[in-house]
Design a binder for this molecule. Sequence first.
Ligand code: A2P
Length: 254
Amino acid sequence: MAAFSEQRVLSVRHWTGSLFSFRVERPASFRFRSGEFVMLGLKVDGKPLLRAYSIASPAWDDGLDFFSIKVADGPLTSRLQAIREGDTILLGAKSVGTLVHDALLPGRRLYLLSTGTGIAPFASIIRDPETYERFEQVILTHTCREAADLAYGEELVASLKDDPLVGEHAGKLIHYTSLTREDHPRTGRITALMDSGQLWAETGGPLDPATDRVMICGSIDMINDCKARVEAAGLEEGSNARPGAFVVEKAFVG
Ligand code: A2P
């Protein structure tokens, strides 16, 4: 099997000067678990240039959604941001990842902690019915610099109640947003909101290793800082081979 194939771009949407999302055709043979990532890119000077991208759509969807930053001098995103409907991109044949239900033990509350484009895998997870079969409550935290950066997540969460597969569970999802560089009803990094106790106070109590599960996606520093706090609460990291109480994955950059 070839390592990647050419797929058609179905739509592109620019959210801010530095954020865009796009949808591509899903090959009939492409199987993945909600929360996984895949290699994606373009042919540059005749050579494939691919980077890891979280799939932002759920496993049952016909197309594949992605949410990306634009980096002016980024080798891939400086070019990828110019794609239009009808263009082709390169898509890896195989998806992988740890932000999947298989890597978590059963629990009652699921925290999905994200910053910036780290929300992408959770856009998949919150539209997967399995999430609501496995958890009584789902808390999606999204922290960004400015209000405009939250728009993708806000629109997604607002659309959930009309979703034919998970609409009936929309009431189980708490969308917990904060900003760090603009005024907002809630301000501060997610780590600061954990340290002050505000996050736990606003979402039903402190982390309980017996019943709470956590997925973390953002920059390396964000992951490490969140991981330290989650481990301090007694949660153990899981993997596909050995499910645990929390899992982490780096959001795509560059
Ligand atoms: P801040 O504005 O205080 O840096 P970025 O765009 O740099 O990836 O950041 C996205 C969001 O993640 C910002 O709100 C940023 O806050 C926050 N952030 C950056 N580093 C960390 C970290 N180590 N822990 C928690 N949040 C972080």
